[in-house]
Design a protein around this ligand. Structure first.
Ligand SMILES: Nc1ncnc2c1ncn2[C@@H]1O[C@H](COP(=O)(O)OP(=O)(O)O)[C@@H](O)[C@H]1O
Ligand SMILES: [Mg+2]
Length: 290
């Protein structure tokens, strides 16, 4: 069973590598400019995080590459969600939470967790998609337009265009274009999750954070979301938390393995899944714990 999982994962990595070599032309959206990978988007230095007295992250150091997909894997409770929430300052909503260290956001080099930096400005730049789809109890259109209006866009034509663009980029437009005024709750779970992605990308985020975005979805919806995430990396930097190792192997370029609040290993995905440097990583990916 353990061996089967490891072999299955390895086959997937090899298949993906082959596909990457053969074909880089998956259906790009013409409306979105293509960007080239290369630089570092986030540089995390000695990041620790505390829920009151409980230390949930211990001295994390990691450089997240731009325009790539970085997966974060690790057993339940190891700090994956906590880490993701540091990046868009979600923890600031509770006054007992505390950070130390730095998360430098490039190109401007600001420290995201510096108290002088406005959390709202960070949330505009680093969008988040949660485990359970959480659309607002509003129309499909309003869900996507909401953030744009907060940004100060009032012109109806501009809003219409941006809403359509975001829904197309989220592979949802064809399914909803005739029912934009309907409540978002009338959509299926998978459609709601794509709507949440549309809501996030309408803000043109530089970083998109996904916290187990498919764990509540059926296999068909899951593969749609995975395709979408693969496409989004042409335009933004993606970090995805997943407890599904096949998913990490299928879609990510880099993988970070966390254990008990620490970052154990970070490397190219194929390296992590075929030849990890750390024994703990190997035990985890071969299913010995987790
Ligand atoms: N609001 C909270 N208050 C106190 N401890 C928390 C809170 N949220 C999470 N934790 C603890 O922090 C650790 C990391 O949790 P989390 O980041 O949710 O892990 P993961 O996403 O990897 O499952 C766990 O030990 C968890 O119990
Ligand atoms: Mg979590």
């Amino acid at each position: 069973m353990v061996r089967n999982l490891a072999i299955k994962t390895l086959n997937m990595v090899q298949k993906k590598l082959k596909e990457d070599q053969e074909d880089d032309s998956f259906n790009r959206k013409d409306s979105m400019p293509k960007k080239e990978p290369g630089d570092i988007k986030l540089e995390v230095e000695d990041l620790s995080f505390f829920y009151g007295n409980v230390q949930a992250l211990k001295n994390i150091n990691i450089k997240i590459p731009s325009y790539q997909i970085t997966a974060i894997i690790g057993a339940s409770g190891c700090g994956k969600t906590t880490f993701l929430r540091c990046i868009n300052r979600m923890h600031d909503l509770y006054s007992k939470n505390g950070y130390s260290g730095k998360i430098i956001l490039y190109p401007d080099g600001i420290n995201i967790i510096d108290k002088k930096v406005d959390p709202i400005s960070i949330r505009m730049r680093a969008g988040m998609v949660f485990q359970k789809p959480n659309p607002f109890p509003k129309s499909i259109y309003e869900n996507v337009a909401y953030g744009l209006k907060i940004k100060g866009i009032k012109d109806k034509k501009t809003l219409d265009e941006k809403v359509e663009w975001a829904l197309r980029a989220s592979a949802l437009w064809e399914e909803v274009k005739d029912r934009l005024k309907e409540n978002a709750y009338s959509l299926s779970g998978g459609q709601q999750q794509r709507l949440c992605i549309a809501r996030a990308i309408a803000m043109d985020p530089e970083v998109l954070l996904f916290d187990e975005p498919t764990s509540a979805l059926d296999p068909v919806s899951t593969s749609k979301i995975e395709e979408l995430i693969l496409e989004l990396k042409q335009h933004t930097t993606v970090i995805i938390v997943t407890h599904n190792m096949q998913q990490a192997a299928r879609i990510s370029d880099y993988t970070a393995f966390m254990h008990l609040g620490e970052l154990v290993e970070f490397d190219r995905t194929e390296k992590i899944f075929t030849n990890p440097s750390n024994k703990l990583t190997e035990d985890y990916i071969t299913g010995r714990f987790g």
